[in-house]
Design a protein around this ligand. Structure first.
Ligand code: ZN
Length: 185
């Protein structure tokens, strides 16, 4: 996989374009936000996260879907349990993943961040394949966007404390940093 800087889309991965995005107020890309999601909650590989980000969730299928179907949300990336990577929004555009949020004294983190969703829950360990994929993805993003640094990778819970809990205690930050270092050396 390779990031095309001109378009902000990665080549060699699945593209699943979401209509839920708009223009960044400035071109700044300086924060990476790690999330988790699963639809229905706790079920994996259903294809429903992709449907959700494309406003095509089948509301009759699950009571939870009816609750969330009207939300217009997206992330730039989804990493499924098998490590497969899907892109929904160009890195150059603002995806709608963070909601009310604050980082380093600034509100509205969507303006200047990239969002990556790990398929999972707060408490279930993420897979090896997910860590490998996240590290490979992050490495390319760090190389492409100089304002994005390893110190500026945060969980959703860090930028929306009290409101959001993902990626949860199951996410092993030291493992991510170890894999990033390994791949840098
Ligand atoms: Zn989140």
């Amino acid at each position: 996989m390779q990031l095309d800087l001109a378009s902000g889309w990665f080549n060699g991965i699945r593209h699943c374009p979401s209509p839920n995005f708009n223009t960044r107020p400035t071109g700044e890309i300086s924060l990476l936000v790690v999330h988790n999601i699963s639809l229905p909650p706790g079920e994996f590989g259903t294809g429903r996260v992709q449907a959700f980000f494309q406003n095509r969730l089948p509301v009759e299928e699950h009571p939870f879907f009816a609750e969330i179907a009207s939300l217009q949300v997206s992330a730039h990336f989804l990493i499924e349990r098998d490590g497969s990577l899907t892109q929904f929004v160009s890195c150059l555009d603002r995806a709608w993943h963070a909601g009310m949020s604050q980082f380093d004294g600034r509100d509205n983190c969507n303006d200047f961040s990239l969002g990556v969703e790990l398929e999972g829950t707060d408490d279930l360990p993420y897979t090896d394949a997910q860590y490998h994929c996240l590290a490979a993805l992050t490495r390319q993003l760090l190389a492409a966007y100089p304002a994005l640094t390893p110190e500026r990778i945060r969980g959703h819970s860090d930028i929306a404390p009290g409101r959001k809990t993902d990626p949860g205690p199951a996410f092993d930050w030291s493992r991510l940093y170890a894999e990033l270092k390994e791949r840098w050396s």
